[in-house]
Design a protein around this ligand. Sequence first.
Ligand SMILES: Nc1ncnc2c1ncn2[C@@H]1O[C@H](COP(=O)(O)OP(=O)(O)OP(=O)(O)O)[C@@H](O)[C@H]1O
Length: 703
Amino acid sequence: MSLEFRIAATFTAALARLAAPEQKAAKTTAFDLQMDPAAPGLKFHRIDRSRDPHFWSVRVNSDIRIIVHKTDASFLLAYVGHHDDSYAWAERRRIEAHPRTGAIQIVEVRERVEEFVSASAPAIPPTAAPELPLPKPLVIPFRALSDDDLLGVGVPSDWVADVRKASEDAFLAMAEHLPAEAAEALLEYVGTGRLPKPAPTTEADPFAHPDALRRFRVVENQEALALALDAPWERWAVFLHPAQQGVVDRSYNGPARTSGSAGTGKTVVALHRAARLAQEAADGRVLLTTFSQPLAKALARKLAVLVGDTSPVLRRVTVLPYRSVADELYQLAFGRRAVVASDEQVEDAVLKAAEGVGAKGFTTRFLLSEWRHVVDAWQIADVEAYARVPRLGRKNRMSAGQRERLWPVFAAVRASLAKRGLATWPDIFGRAAAYYATRETKPFTHIVVDEAQDLGVAELRFLAAIAPAASDALFFAGDLGQRIFQQPFSWKELGVDVRGRSSTLTVNYRTSHQIRQAADRLLPSAVRDVDGNADDRNRTVSVFNGPAPTIQQFDTEAKETAGVAAWIAQARADGILSSEIGVFVRSRVQLQRARAAVEGAGLPWVELSEQDQEVTGSVLIGTMHLAKGLEFKAAAVIACDDGILPLQERLEAVADETELDDVYETERQLFYVACTRARERLLISATRPISEFIQDIASTREE
Ligand SMILES: Nc1ncnc2c1ncn2[C@@H]1O[C@H](COP(=O)(O)OP(=O)(O)OP(=O)(O)O)[C@@H](O)[C@H]1O
């Protein structure tokens, strides 16, 4: 009988925790096992004290042991660690098919649960300080669920009784010991009151169940093993959630979009989908594109991890930020490079045009906003088009007569930029789009876009123009709740209709339950785009627990600096590396507060730039905008003072009520982006008076 060789997610996670030379030695043994598990040089010992007779240890060196699970049909790398740790792990586990769902699971043998239950006893302060909140009433969330319900979502039979009587806090402590599919389903129940339907399966093979596929992977050859082991911490490269896998594999007969709140693996899905499309078509030309240069570089690095450095697939995928794609295609189309006007040059042109034409009754602020968000964004060419442009939320603002009076100002701006040979980014996107829109042959066969919530009108038109009219040509990943640069508009009106082809990811892999729950309070539970596609954020669950975010307010900046420095020093003392710590502020002006705090903790810092974000041995500091797409074990979002967040200057620069609403919304979303960069620890700090957004995040209302 042929033996299936598999690797479990627990093995790659354990491997990542070992020191580099230990990892190297363990990998060598793993390769030997994959070549021939019966090779005479390999030393196996049965784990006698395990309740599962199939666990064996394999000697790597005098200290390190790999734990394997072997039956007649299957050979599984389950764990690796120092001798005692490995044995203890195996002694407390068994691997079996769940009696109800049929999925193979690694089950932690239930320990005495009193420790969980006592962890949940309400903490009554010895002397009741007046400002302390009253202890929460003890909630027993699963009391109403039957054995059948619990078994149906994969709770192991011997855990059923304890889960049912656990308080909410006890359950949070218990969740890490349950198989992940069961923990996720129960967390969802706590959050929404609904128990998700278990994944249906018709497979007889317990390893083929969708839940099992997330944790066990067949390794067919040495190359596949090398890939899985080379990046052991990159679990996303190997184990996808069934919902993620579904979006990666699906074929769409039109533009499609996947959404999901921060950390649900949208980027991971975009990467896998681009790789799949490139793998399947030897003559495919896949574009994987995103918002900025650093994010594109990060995508390129991850793609190489996913498919391997030397894979021919890499040659079929172009990874570039949107603007670089437009820049290159513009050159190809017109034989020269576009020269981009700076913000100052545009402002100057608007001012001069207004003076020249005499736009009485309109403020400069209004004219700039109208140019940026309407005339330039939509690439309006004449007064008729100006009259027709969809004016989302701007409906009441201008009569037809006013627009006719204003048009000469904008026509003059265009003429003056053109005279100097300058173009704006919407111009460049627009001209390249116009060139390719009429051509049969497109530069790419498939386009996968990450961070799609920040596509503007011109960018979206451009991407639609360079994609063929074929299945799977356009795929977008993004989170409407993280839009921080663009004003909303209808995709459908531009011919990119994703209705009926959109999906939402709901399992958060990045951020602890506690941090995610706090950050979620910043946004409404459902965000809807202009075309009516709703993004339901309520159903998101995190896969692990951690400490609640720390929120601190101070009287002076000096005190804040000392407080943040102490928090950073503590994180470092707890073993978090400098490069795993990020400190974010609203604008460049506050960067000195971030620098002072890191220096106060005695650590080196490096500033994130728009060009690159290489990993270094220093704490990363930067503006919230540059935090987009990144993640840190510990993140501090500091200087969140009133007037800084939301940024007073932006509030003052708005042209009307609608724009004011949008500024509030994008400032709030920016804060959400910054807070959701934290994986395990989050600090939010401010000097008094503090940002109004902190009140929302600190609110203790029941979810
Ligand atoms: N299937 C998976 N298994 C393990 N880890 C995963 C999986 N999917 C995603 N992750 C991890 O979760 C984290 C967040 O993933 P990713 O960056 O793709 O999320 P995102 O939805 O794009 O987030 P954001 O909206 O904040 O940019 C990453 O560390 C990623 O490696």
